[in-house]
Ligand binder design. Structure first.
Ligand code: HEM
Length: 205
């Protein structure tokens, strides 16, 4: 689960880097070139299979872990010791489900249009992700829904990274501060970075 999750952690940074090219004042040229390279390069296409496999494995293991944890304690504690677990760790399944719903929406908005399963909006060509993004985020309700998705993604990532570091053996108390700081910085950069895009479309265009 940690390995599949870490693969996704790298994917998100690459995806964010490419998406931030949307902000270049060049009518989408840099963004479209990068998106087209990612969409046509055979090596990257192969990685896509690994990516989707990673997503599916990660979700499957997440569900199994949650079911096993509940089954191993059929009668819930009357009084839970809340001080031992952070709110983030107690709501990983919930935040994971919200991120999955966001992803389903996101696939309908972009990926399914690209592969021809969903029709693009009027006036936008199927592979024109630049104008697709502008049309999408000009709708404030839609932008808000995406930003809620990014927020939950940030919460999910923050705890997920700490857990992954622990799985990889960084569980000595001397690492606790560094692990927490790295996880928080990463999640704030990713969630905040993605949020810049709808905000930029809504308020500066
Ligand atoms: C403002 C935010 C975002 C924008 C504008 C955006 C844009 C896009 C675009 C244009 C594509 C199609 C690229 C292609 O197939 O060549 C895509 C695919 C994808 N996005 Fe996003 N994205 C955003 C946020 C996210 C987030 C937060 C996640 C993950 C939680 C994510 C996960 C994916 C995945 C898994 C794919 C399919 C991968 C692929 O096509 O190889 N995206 N996105």
């Amino acid at each position: 689960m940690a390995l599949a999750g870490l693969f996704l952690v790298v994917f998100l940074l690459v995806h964010l880097g490419i998406n931030l090219l949307l902000l270049a004042n060049d009518d989408g040229r840099a963004f479209s070139a990068a998106a087209s390279f990612m969409g046509t390069n055979p090596v990257i296409r192969g990685m896509e299979v690994v990516l989707f496999g990673g997503f599916l494995l990660h979700m499957l293991f997440g569900l199994l872990v949650s079911i096993r944890n509940r089954a191993s304690r059929p009668v819930r504690y009357q009084h839970r010791n809340l001080s031992e677990t952070s709110p983030l760790s107690r709501y990983m399944l919930h935040s994971g489900i919200i991120v999955t719903i966001f992803l389903a929406l996101h696939f309908i908005d972009f990926y399914f249009i690209k592969i021809g399963l969903v029709a693009p909006p009027a006036g936008v060509e199927r592979h024109d992700f630049y104008h697709r993004t502008l049309v999408l985020f000009a709708d404030k309700g839609y932008s808000a829904a995406y930003m809620v998705g990014f927020l939950f993604l940030g919460f999910h990532l923050n705890h997920a990274l700490q857990a992954a570091f622990q799985t990889m053996g960084f569980n000595h108390t001397k690492y606790t501060g560094a692990v927490k700081a790295a996880s928080t910085i990463y999640s704030v950069v990713v969630a905040g970075g993605f949020m810049i895009i709808p905000l930029w479309v809504m308020f500066s265009r």
